[in-house]
Write a protein that binds this ligand. Structure first.
Ligand SMILES: Nc1ncnc2c1ncn2[C@@H]1O[C@H](COP(=O)(O)OP(=O)(O)O)[C@@H](O)[C@H]1O
Ligand SMILES: [Mg+2]
Length: 282
Protein backbone atom coordinates (compact mmCIF):
# COMPACT_ATOMS: atom_id res chain seq x y z
CA UNK A 1 0.00 0.00 0.00
CA UNK A 2 1.32 3.48 -0.86
CA UNK A 3 2.23 5.86 1.93
CA UNK A 4 -0.55 8.19 0.78
CA UNK A 5 -3.21 5.45 0.89
CA UNK A 6 -2.05 4.39 4.34
CA UNK A 7 -2.35 7.97 5.51
CA UNK A 8 -5.91 8.25 4.16
CA UNK A 9 -6.90 5.02 5.95
CA UNK A 10 -5.29 6.24 9.12
CA UNK A 11 -7.19 9.54 8.95
CA UNK A 12 -10.47 7.74 8.22
CA UNK A 13 -9.89 5.57 11.28
CA UNK A 14 -9.11 8.70 13.32
CA UNK A 15 -12.33 10.30 12.08
CA UNK A 16 -14.31 7.19 13.06
CA UNK A 17 -12.75 7.07 16.51
CA UNK A 18 -13.40 10.76 16.93
CA UNK A 19 -17.13 10.32 16.31
CA UNK A 20 -17.27 7.75 19.10
CA UNK A 21 -15.48 10.06 21.48
CA UNK A 22 -16.47 13.63 20.69
CA UNK A 23 -14.06 15.39 23.00
CA UNK A 24 -11.75 18.36 22.76
CA UNK A 25 -13.61 20.85 20.68
CA UNK A 26 -13.46 23.93 22.86
CA UNK A 27 -10.06 25.63 22.89
CA UNK A 28 -9.28 28.85 24.72
CA UNK A 29 -6.53 31.10 23.40
CA UNK A 30 -4.80 32.75 26.31
CA UNK A 31 -1.49 34.39 27.18
CA UNK A 32 -1.45 36.38 30.39
CA UNK A 33 0.28 39.23 28.58
CA UNK A 34 -1.70 41.31 26.06
CA UNK A 35 -0.78 41.76 22.42
CA UNK A 36 0.82 38.35 21.91
CA UNK A 37 -1.33 37.58 18.86
CA UNK A 38 -4.27 35.61 20.27
CA UNK A 39 -6.84 37.30 18.08
CA UNK A 40 -4.65 37.23 14.98
CA UNK A 41 -3.99 33.52 15.51
CA UNK A 42 -7.55 32.52 16.43
CA UNK A 43 -8.84 34.03 13.17
CA UNK A 44 -6.12 32.56 11.00
CA UNK A 45 -6.08 29.13 12.64
CA UNK A 46 -9.85 29.06 12.15
CA UNK A 47 -9.41 29.94 8.49
CA UNK A 48 -6.72 27.30 7.96
CA UNK A 49 -8.74 24.55 9.68
CA UNK A 50 -11.87 25.55 7.76
CA UNK A 51 -9.97 25.49 4.47
CA UNK A 52 -9.06 21.86 5.27
CA UNK A 53 -12.71 20.98 5.90
CA UNK A 54 -13.26 21.61 9.62
CA UNK A 55 -16.24 23.60 10.84
CA UNK A 56 -15.06 26.32 13.21
CA UNK A 57 -16.77 28.73 15.58
CA UNK A 58 -14.72 31.62 16.99
CA UNK A 59 -16.05 33.53 19.99
CA UNK A 60 -14.50 36.87 20.86
CA UNK A 61 -14.45 36.91 24.65
CA UNK A 62 -12.13 39.86 25.10
CA UNK A 63 -14.46 41.73 27.44
CA UNK A 64 -15.46 45.08 26.00
CA UNK A 65 -12.28 45.27 23.88
CA UNK A 66 -13.36 43.17 20.97
CA UNK A 67 -11.06 43.14 17.93
CA UNK A 68 -12.00 40.22 15.71
CA UNK A 69 -14.74 42.01 13.76
CA UNK A 70 -12.38 44.96 13.17
CA UNK A 71 -9.62 42.64 11.92
CA UNK A 72 -12.14 41.08 9.52
CA UNK A 73 -13.76 44.37 8.53
CA UNK A 74 -17.18 43.08 9.56
CA UNK A 75 -19.89 45.12 11.27
CA UNK A 76 -21.03 43.02 14.21
CA UNK A 77 -24.84 43.23 14.16
CA UNK A 78 -25.14 40.75 17.06
CA UNK A 79 -22.61 40.21 19.82
CA UNK A 80 -21.98 38.25 22.99
CA UNK A 81 -23.44 41.22 24.88
CA UNK A 82 -26.89 39.83 24.04
CA UNK A 83 -26.01 36.66 25.93
CA UNK A 84 -24.62 38.56 28.91
CA UNK A 85 -27.45 41.03 29.33
CA UNK A 86 -30.55 39.91 27.46
CA UNK A 87 -30.47 36.14 28.06
CA UNK A 88 -30.12 35.54 24.32
CA UNK A 89 -28.98 32.08 23.30
CA UNK A 90 -25.43 31.83 21.95
CA UNK A 91 -26.87 30.02 18.93
CA UNK A 92 -28.89 33.16 18.10
CA UNK A 93 -25.78 35.34 18.19
CA UNK A 94 -23.78 33.49 15.54
CA UNK A 95 -22.66 35.35 12.41
CA UNK A 96 -21.71 33.26 9.40
CA UNK A 97 -18.48 34.68 7.99
CA UNK A 98 -17.93 31.86 5.52
CA UNK A 99 -19.79 28.53 5.34
CA UNK A 100 -17.26 26.78 7.59
CA UNK A 101 -16.31 29.74 9.80
CA UNK A 102 -18.82 31.23 12.18
CA UNK A 103 -18.33 33.95 14.76
CA UNK A 104 -19.84 35.26 17.90
CA UNK A 105 -18.37 38.73 17.96
CA UNK A 106 -17.58 40.74 21.07
CA UNK A 107 -18.42 44.25 22.12
CA UNK A 108 -16.31 47.35 22.52
CA UNK A 109 -16.42 50.32 24.80
CA UNK A 110 -19.80 49.91 26.50
CA UNK A 111 -20.05 51.85 29.74
CA UNK A 112 -22.23 49.22 31.39
CA UNK A 113 -20.35 46.10 30.27
CA UNK A 114 -20.93 43.27 32.74
CA UNK A 115 -18.07 41.26 34.21
CA UNK A 116 -19.29 37.71 33.53
CA UNK A 117 -19.44 35.81 36.79
CA UNK A 118 -18.96 32.07 37.08
CA UNK A 119 -22.73 31.31 36.89
CA UNK A 120 -22.93 32.98 33.50
CA UNK A 121 -19.77 31.22 32.32
CA UNK A 122 -21.22 27.84 33.35
CA UNK A 123 -24.35 28.72 31.36
CA UNK A 124 -22.13 29.69 28.40
CA UNK A 125 -20.39 26.31 28.49
CA UNK A 126 -23.59 24.32 28.76
CA UNK A 127 -24.81 26.13 25.61
CA UNK A 128 -21.45 25.55 23.94
CA UNK A 129 -21.74 21.82 24.65
CA UNK A 130 -25.07 21.91 22.79
CA UNK A 131 -23.34 23.53 19.83
CA UNK A 132 -20.53 20.95 19.74
CA UNK A 133 -22.20 18.73 17.16
CA UNK A 134 -22.23 21.60 14.68
CA UNK A 135 -18.49 22.31 14.96
CA UNK A 136 -15.12 20.57 14.92
CA UNK A 137 -13.39 23.41 16.73
CA UNK A 138 -14.70 26.18 18.96
CA UNK A 139 -12.07 28.85 19.68
CA UNK A 140 -12.52 31.14 22.65
CA UNK A 141 -10.39 34.20 22.04
CA UNK A 142 -9.89 35.55 25.56
CA UNK A 143 -8.50 38.87 26.71
CA UNK A 144 -5.22 39.40 28.51
CA UNK A 145 -4.83 38.75 32.18
CA UNK A 146 -5.69 36.06 34.65
CA UNK A 147 -8.77 37.50 36.32
CA UNK A 148 -11.49 35.34 37.82
CA UNK A 149 -13.71 35.42 34.71
CA UNK A 150 -10.89 34.51 32.29
CA UNK A 151 -9.59 31.76 34.55
CA UNK A 152 -13.04 30.30 34.88
CA UNK A 153 -13.28 30.13 31.05
CA UNK A 154 -9.82 28.55 30.72
CA UNK A 155 -10.59 25.88 33.31
CA UNK A 156 -13.78 24.84 31.52
CA UNK A 157 -12.21 24.64 28.05
CA UNK A 158 -11.10 21.25 26.68
CA UNK A 159 -7.75 22.74 25.77
CA UNK A 160 -5.75 25.91 26.28
CA UNK A 161 -3.58 27.34 23.54
CA UNK A 162 -1.09 29.64 25.26
CA UNK A 163 0.24 32.22 22.81
CA UNK A 164 3.57 33.53 24.04
CA UNK A 165 6.52 35.54 22.74
CA UNK A 166 10.29 35.05 22.98
CA UNK A 167 10.41 37.97 25.47
CA UNK A 168 11.10 36.87 29.07
CA UNK A 169 8.11 38.87 30.37
CA UNK A 170 5.74 36.96 28.07
CA UNK A 171 7.38 33.64 28.97
CA UNK A 172 6.96 34.45 32.67
CA UNK A 173 3.29 35.32 32.13
CA UNK A 174 2.77 32.06 30.23
CA UNK A 175 4.41 30.16 33.07
CA UNK A 176 1.99 31.88 35.47
CA UNK A 177 -0.94 30.76 33.30
CA UNK A 178 0.37 27.17 33.39
CA UNK A 179 0.78 27.46 37.16
CA UNK A 180 -2.79 28.71 37.57
CA UNK A 181 -4.09 25.86 35.41
CA UNK A 182 -2.08 23.25 37.32
CA UNK A 183 -2.95 24.81 40.69
CA UNK A 184 -6.62 24.43 39.79
CA UNK A 185 -6.07 20.78 38.76
CA UNK A 186 -6.83 21.49 35.11
CA UNK A 187 -6.84 18.21 33.17
CA UNK A 188 -7.33 19.50 29.62
CA UNK A 189 -4.71 19.79 26.91
CA UNK A 190 -2.15 22.57 27.10
CA UNK A 191 -0.49 23.81 23.93
CA UNK A 192 2.13 26.47 23.32
CA UNK A 193 2.54 28.74 20.28
CA UNK A 194 5.46 31.18 20.17
CA UNK A 195 4.58 34.23 18.08
CA UNK A 196 6.64 37.17 16.79
CA UNK A 197 9.91 35.25 16.56
CA UNK A 198 12.82 37.17 15.01
CA UNK A 199 14.58 33.87 14.24
CA UNK A 200 12.71 30.61 13.65
CA UNK A 201 14.88 28.92 16.33
CA UNK A 202 13.56 31.39 18.93
CA UNK A 203 10.29 29.47 18.98
CA UNK A 204 11.63 26.11 20.12
CA UNK A 205 14.18 27.77 22.45
CA UNK A 206 11.38 29.75 24.12
CA UNK A 207 9.24 26.63 24.39
CA UNK A 208 12.17 24.69 25.92
CA UNK A 209 12.77 27.40 28.54
CA UNK A 210 9.11 27.52 29.45
CA UNK A 211 8.65 23.77 29.62
CA UNK A 212 11.86 23.23 31.59
CA UNK A 213 10.42 25.42 34.33
CA UNK A 214 6.93 23.90 33.98
CA UNK A 215 8.32 20.37 34.14
CA UNK A 216 10.53 21.13 37.15
CA UNK A 217 8.15 23.17 39.28
CA UNK A 218 4.70 22.11 38.10
CA UNK A 219 5.36 18.59 36.79
CA UNK A 220 3.53 19.75 33.71
CA UNK A 221 4.35 19.15 30.05
CA UNK A 222 2.50 21.32 27.54
CA UNK A 223 2.84 20.38 23.87
CA UNK A 224 4.49 22.57 21.24
CA UNK A 225 2.30 23.63 18.34
CA UNK A 226 4.93 25.78 16.64
CA UNK A 227 6.23 29.26 16.05
CA UNK A 228 5.24 32.24 13.92
CA UNK A 229 7.86 34.71 12.74
CA UNK A 230 7.63 38.42 13.37
CA UNK A 231 6.65 39.84 10.01
CA UNK A 232 5.58 43.28 8.88
CA UNK A 233 3.02 41.73 6.53
CA UNK A 234 1.01 40.65 9.62
CA UNK A 235 0.71 44.28 10.66
CA UNK A 236 -0.11 45.30 7.08
CA UNK A 237 -2.91 42.72 6.93
CA UNK A 238 -4.37 44.09 10.17
CA UNK A 239 -4.12 47.69 8.96
CA UNK A 240 -5.92 46.74 5.75
CA UNK A 241 -8.46 44.67 7.77
CA UNK A 242 -7.82 41.67 5.58
CA UNK A 243 -7.50 38.16 6.96
CA UNK A 244 -3.79 37.32 6.75
CA UNK A 245 -4.23 33.88 5.18
CA UNK A 246 -6.44 35.38 2.48
CA UNK A 247 -4.13 38.25 1.56
CA UNK A 248 -0.77 36.57 2.17
CA UNK A 249 -1.34 32.93 1.27
CA UNK A 250 1.78 31.10 0.15
CA UNK A 251 4.10 33.20 2.34
CA UNK A 252 6.43 31.63 4.95
CA UNK A 253 4.27 33.02 7.80
CA UNK A 254 1.14 31.56 6.19
CA UNK A 255 2.93 28.19 6.06
CA UNK A 256 3.82 28.45 9.77
CA UNK A 257 0.18 29.14 10.68
CA UNK A 258 -1.00 26.24 8.51
CA UNK A 259 1.53 23.94 10.20
CA UNK A 260 0.25 24.98 13.63
CA UNK A 261 -3.34 24.34 12.53
CA UNK A 262 -2.30 20.92 11.19
CA UNK A 263 -0.57 20.01 14.44
CA UNK A 264 -3.56 21.10 16.49
CA UNK A 265 -5.79 18.95 14.30
CA UNK A 266 -3.55 15.92 14.66
CA UNK A 267 -2.86 16.34 18.38
CA UNK A 268 -6.57 16.71 18.91
CA UNK A 269 -7.37 13.46 17.17
CA UNK A 270 -4.65 11.61 19.05
CA UNK A 271 -5.82 13.12 22.35
CA UNK A 272 -9.40 12.07 21.62
CA UNK A 273 -8.39 8.52 20.89
CA UNK A 274 -6.29 8.27 24.03
CA UNK A 275 -9.03 9.68 26.27
CA UNK A 276 -10.91 6.97 28.14
CA UNK A 277 -14.49 6.68 26.87
CA UNK A 278 -15.99 7.25 30.33
CA UNK A 279 -14.54 10.74 30.62
CA UNK A 280 -16.44 11.93 27.60
CA UNK A 281 -19.55 12.49 29.72
CA UNK A 282 -19.37 16.25 30.21
N1 LIG B 1 3.67 37.42 13.79
C1 LIG B 1 3.51 38.73 13.93
N2 LIG B 1 4.37 39.62 13.34
C2 LIG B 1 4.21 40.95 13.48
N3 LIG B 1 3.24 41.52 14.21
C3 LIG B 1 2.35 40.70 14.80
C4 LIG B 1 2.42 39.29 14.69
N4 LIG B 1 1.38 38.76 15.39
C5 LIG B 1 0.70 39.79 15.89
N5 LIG B 1 1.27 40.97 15.55
C6 LIG B 1 0.88 42.33 15.96
O1 LIG B 1 0.51 42.28 17.31
C7 LIG B 1 -0.70 43.00 17.50
C8 LIG B 1 -1.50 42.32 18.59
O2 LIG B 1 -2.07 41.12 18.08
P1 LIG B 1 -3.45 40.58 18.64
O3 LIG B 1 -3.79 39.35 17.89
O4 LIG B 1 -4.46 41.68 18.68
O5 LIG B 1 -2.99 40.23 20.13
P2 LIG B 1 -3.88 39.78 21.37
O6 LIG B 1 -5.19 39.32 20.86
O7 LIG B 1 -3.08 38.71 22.03
O8 LIG B 1 -3.99 41.00 22.25
C9 LIG B 1 -1.39 43.00 16.16
O9 LIG B 1 -2.12 44.16 15.99
C10 LIG B 1 -0.26 42.92 15.18
O10 LIG B 1 0.10 44.23 14.81
MG1 LIG C 1 -7.15 39.97 21.27
Amino acid sequence: MSGQAERVMELRKLAGDRRQNPLSKIFALTSGKGGTGKTFLSLNLAYSLAAAGSRVLVIDLDSNLSNSNIMLNVIAAKTIYGFYTEQKLLSDLITEYEPNIHFIFGDSGRLNYPSPKSGLISKMFSQLRNLEDSYDFIFLDTGAGAGEDILSILLKADGNIIVTLPEPTAVMDSYVMLKLLSGNRYCGKKYIVVNKCFEVEDGKATFDNLTMAADHFLKDKPAYLGEVSFDKSVIKSIVSQELFLKGYSGTPVAAQIERIAGRLYEFNHVANILQPQASSAL
